[in-house]
Write a protein that binds this ligand. Structure first.
Ligand SMILES: [Zn+2]
Length: 289
């Protein structure tokens, strides 16, 4: 499943190809992904110029010049490919293997957005957990999927004092508190495991019991880890590929995630796995208290 760094990587990959281009035609090849497409989907986008591309949590917002935005979530297996009429000559390796043979006509290519200049933006999603909607740009924060989201982990507002206020009196474990999207938006399981390890905080520790100095450390590690992953092009677990088809390389750098039974990089003890709210937590019992 794409995590925040992958979504940011996709957003950054789309920007140079899409910004300033107008949408000439939108092909919908089915009525729904995770949710049905809105009735006016293709008509709303057609003729508009793409002015901005933003990320909110794990959503991508493509702002258009007529006051509307395309909202996209990649779900588990969603991905974009940019196809140029000149093949890959000008745009670099903008094909990925799965689509190389069939261009924009693979069985999982559900949406094709035709842009001025013969560019095609293809959205493929084998498992169809992704979603797309069209909203009014100035009311984006009121959209049902966005309105309850907490702070961006990479934004300046996230701080130890914000977390301390949110966690005050909370008996829930740190793992659950950090995955709570109404507190921090877009932070997923992998990065919660890694940040807790770096900050030396047990995933089982009661959120309300973590000291301000440790929260300060934690915020710093959350930012560092996400930024490192973005620089590396995302964590790339299984199905994820960025818009240019390259795989990210961050997974080689995980310290605890998916390393059950392996030695801790700090103390050599064995990394343990524990299931919390249905998700695996990986941690070192000696380094994380
Ligand atoms: Zn350790």
């Amino acid at each position: 499943m794409p995590e925040l760094p992958e979504v940011e990587t996709v957003k950054r990959g789309l920007e140079p190809e899409l910004l300033g281009r107008s949408i000439e035609k939108v092909e919908l090849r089915r009525a729904n992904l995770r949710f049905p497409f809105p009735k006016n989907f293709a008509a709303s986008l057609t003729g508009a110029v793409i002015t901005h591309i933003r990320r909110r949590a794990k959503y991508i917002l493509v702002d258009l010049d007529k006051g509307l935005s395309l909202l996209v979530h990649l779900g588990m297996t969603g991905r974009f490919t940019v196809l140029s009429p000149k093949g890959s000559d000008n745009l670099g390796a903008f094909y990925f293997e799965a689509a190389a043979g069939d261009k924009a006509d693979g069985p999982h290519d559900h949406v094709v957005i035709h842009l001025r200049g013969g560019i095609r933006l293809v959205y493929s999603d084998p498992r169809r957990f992704g979603m797309m909607d069209v909203l009014q740009t100035d009311k984006a924060n009121e959209h049902k999927l966005l309105k309850d989201l907490g702070l961006e982990p990479l934004g300046n507002e996230l701080s130890a004092s914000y977390l301390a206020a949110k966690f005050r009196g909370k008996a829930a474990p740190m793992k659950a508190a950090l995955l709570d999207q109404s507190i921090i938006a877009g932070l997923g399981n992998i990065y919660v495991c890694e940040a807790l390890f770096r900050a030396g905080i047990s995933p089982q520790r009661k959120a309300g019991a973590v000291k301000p100095a440790q929260l300060d450390d934690l915020v710093r590690h959350v930012r560092d880890i996400l930024n490192e992953a973005i620089l590396a092009g995302g964590s790339t677990l299984q199905d994820f590929q960025s818009t240019d088809g390259t795989q990210g390389s961050y997974q080689q750098r995980f310290h605890v995630y998916d390393r059950e039974g392996e030695p801790c990089v700090k103390c050599g003890a064995t990394i343990k796995r524990l299931v919390q709210s249905g998700r695996s937590s990986f941690y070192c019992v000696w380094c994380q208290r």
